[in-house]
Design a protein around this ligand. Structure first.
Ligand SMILES: Nc1nc2c(ncn2[C@@H]2O[C@H](COP(=O)(O)OP(=O)(O)OP(=O)(O)O)[C@@H](O)[C@H]2O)c(=O)[nH]1
Ligand SMILES: [Mg+2]
Length: 399
């Protein structure tokens, strides 16, 4: 499971990444601070199942506070984009290759409008963050177009000489990006383009094709970041009015401050909370108390949270359409064979069946699986049954 973080340079990608993973990485108010990608583990939130059953779970990975179970996911923060990246400007767009395996992208924009087109610091409100979002989408399409063009000789040979089906050929070339031959056929059909003649398409036609493929196969959520800066609300409204993707207001900086303070034992705060509690005021400098108060007033009281956790949760469960399944071996104790209560959570595509749950546990379990048990409702379910988000499942196997 991988969530990719993308955006123009200097919008807060690494701050968002660090806030979600607590991995130390360089942050700075200038373009191109990040060059090599940062990888770390963040968490998505699932409403606790243990509480519902009157139990306390013992996660092998992540944690549970009785309200929410925090389930690990990988996060990747890459270098920033600028206009013309596909022509080699800034750090180019080749680094988008690192995001090939991402199940979903969080596109971060600077909602305060305090960075210009090139990511240079500017007066808040002086730049339109809608352009940040369009820029990133456009660069993504150029990147996809580039992949198709680099493979064109090979594609043409397979179609014209080996007489292979065009959608199959393109599907193969793009399979590493999670693009199928069905996606390819659908995009060509929608644009009324003949795949068999792809070598004769114009640059614009290839670009339109790449754009549509991107839209269909690279789902995105927009994080309107730096929402703590006064004046950002207007931009938030405009982003929402002009983009088809969900837009979540975030303050990555506030989340980073809160999480660091919590891990230093200064405050009680869990990611996604609408408030925090100072543990011992005497341990905090006056400036720290002031900063925390500002976060409460400008971010938490206005938006209900810093938005970082919400963005992660929404990207995986609503945009990428994943679900969380709790596998157990003992349906009365909700435990594994050693008595560990609800030890694991599997993140699987919404369409995953009981047999996929078995396969995600272990290939040996998958081979021996004969059915499943819906533990909440105590009913036997077939291998082709599609369990729901937060279902607790036991796999029944033959000896
Ligand atoms: N006010 C405010 N500033 C933020 C927020 N998030 C990040 N910043 C600041 O924005 C600047 C850029 O942050 P980075 O996280 O380095 O941005 P980036 O997108 O990773 O930038 P590059 O790696 O250089 O492309 C830093 O000065 C951060 O402190 C936020 O939510 N609010
Ligand atoms: Mg960065």
């Amino acid at each position: 499971m991988l969530i990719g973080i993308v955006g123009k340079t200097n919008v807060g990608k690494t701050t968002f990444f660090s806030a979600a993973t607590l991995v130390e990485a360089e942050i700075g108010d200038r373009p191109f601070v990040t060059i090599n990608p940062n990888e770390g583990v963040g968490y998505v939130r699932v409403k606790s199942v243990c509480t519902e059953f009157g139990l306390r779970c013992e996660p092998r990975f992540g944690w549970c506070n009785g309200r929410y179970r925090y389930v690990p996911v990988k996060l990747l923060d890459v270098a920033g984009l600028v206009p013309g990246a596909h022509l080699g400007r800034g750090l180019g767009n080749k680094f988008l290759d690192d995001l090939r395996k991402a199940n979903v992208h969080i596109l971060i924009v600077d909602a305060s409008g305090a960075t210009d087109e090139e990511g240079r610091p500017a007066k808040p409100g002086s730049y339109d963050p809608l352009r940040d979002a369009l820029l990133v989408k456009e660069e993504f399409s150029h990147w996809l177009k580039g992949i198709i063009q680099r493979n064109m000789v090979n594609i043409t040979r397979k179609i014209n000489i080996a007489k292979e089906k065009p959608e199959v050929v393109l599907g193969e070339v793009l399979s590493g990006l999670g693009i199928t031959k069905e996606d390819v056929s659908m995009a060509a059909k929608e644009l009324d383009l003949d795949l068999a003649r792809i070598s004769n398409w114009t640059e614009d036609q290839i670009f339109s094709f790449a754009s549509l493929l991107r839209e269909k196969t690279k789902p995105m959520l927009i994080a309107a970041n730096k929402i703590d800066v006064p004046g950002s609300e207007e931009n938030l409204e405009r982003l929402r009015a002009n983009l088809s993707e969900p837009v979540i207001p975030t303050s990555a900086e506030a989340e980073l401050i809160l999480r660091k303070a919590a891990s230093a034992g200064l405050i009680r705060y869990e990611p996604g909370d609408s408030g925090f509690e100072i543990i011992d005021e005497s341990k905090l400098a006056e400036s720290q108390i002031k900063a925390l108060k500002l976060i409460q007033e400008r971010v938490l009281d206005v938006y209900g949270s810093t938005g970082v956790q919400e963005a992660l949760d929404k990207s995986l469960f609503e945009i990428a359409h994943f679900k969380a399944i709790f596998p157990v071996e003992n349906e009365t104790k909700l435990s594994d064979k050693d008595g560990r209560v609800l030890p694991d959570v599997l993140l699987l595509p919404e369409s995953a069946e009981v047999r996929d749950v078995a396969a995600a546990i272990h290939s040996e379990i998958a081979e021996k699986a004969i059915a499943g048990l819906d533990v909440r409702n105590k009913v036997r379910i077939s291998l082709s049954y599609v369990p729901e988000h937060r279902d607790v499942i036991r796999i029944l196997t033959r000896r």
